[in-house]
Design a protein around this ligand. Structure first.
Ligand SMILES: [Zn+2]
Ligand SMILES: [Zn+2]
Length: 176
């Protein structure tokens, strides 16, 4: 696989948004690490044989196939005007965390905020580099569960980088 092809696949999967120029810089390395994280590989940023095999599997597999409770539409940007609804691809790790939380509590869950385009992020008062814009964050609430209980549960999810209560019921969570 050439460096260009590697960048192309990383871009297709939503991990890379730099130029497809075959020059392996910091963004390519970071994108590789992000993908490796998602694929459960050692995130060393080196796009070797194992990463190549894993990414080819991802290209043909539907990462949403084993998501039980959510559809992609539930994570779409809610601006309704400034983007297609999908300014980025949801990081499947976030979706899986939400899915497991939903299963754990056995009650309906709502993605209060998923993907955000820049305009929407600004309009809802998100920070300038919000992970919502990269599909790496959601605001979630689960019926009958308060924010403290949900945060408690999220302690058991090692991939959660940061989680906090937005109010009594809604929790923001994100991954690296
Ligand atoms: Zn939008
Ligand atoms: Zn948030």
């Amino acid at each position: 696989m050439t460096l260009r092809q590697k960048q192309c696949l990383l871009m297709y999967l939503g991990y890379y948004d730099g130029p497809v120029d075959g020059i392996w810089g910091e963004r390519s390395r970071q994108a590789t690490m992000d993908f490796q994280h998602s694929a459960g590989l050692v995130p060393d940023g080196i796009f070797g044989q194992k990463t190549e095999e894993a990414i080819l599997k991802y290209i043909v597999a539907d990462p949403w196939a084993d998501i039980q409770f959510f559809t992609q539409a539930e994570f779409a940007c809610k601006c309704g005007a400034y983007c297609s609804g999908y300014p980025a691809r949801m990081d499947i790790r976030v979706v899986k965390i939400a899915d497991r939380a939903r299963a754990h509590f056995g009650a309906p869950a709502e993605v209060v905020s998923g993907l955000r385009c820049e305009v929407h992020n600004r309009n809802v008062g998100g920070v300038a580099n919000s992970r919502h814009m990269r599909g790496k964050a959601i605001d979630l609430r689960i019926r009958g569960v308060n924010a403290a209980q949900l945060l408690d549960y999220l302690e058991s999810e090692p991939e959660v980088r940061y989680a906090y209560a937005i109010n009594d019921t809604n929790v923001h969570l994100d991954v690296e």
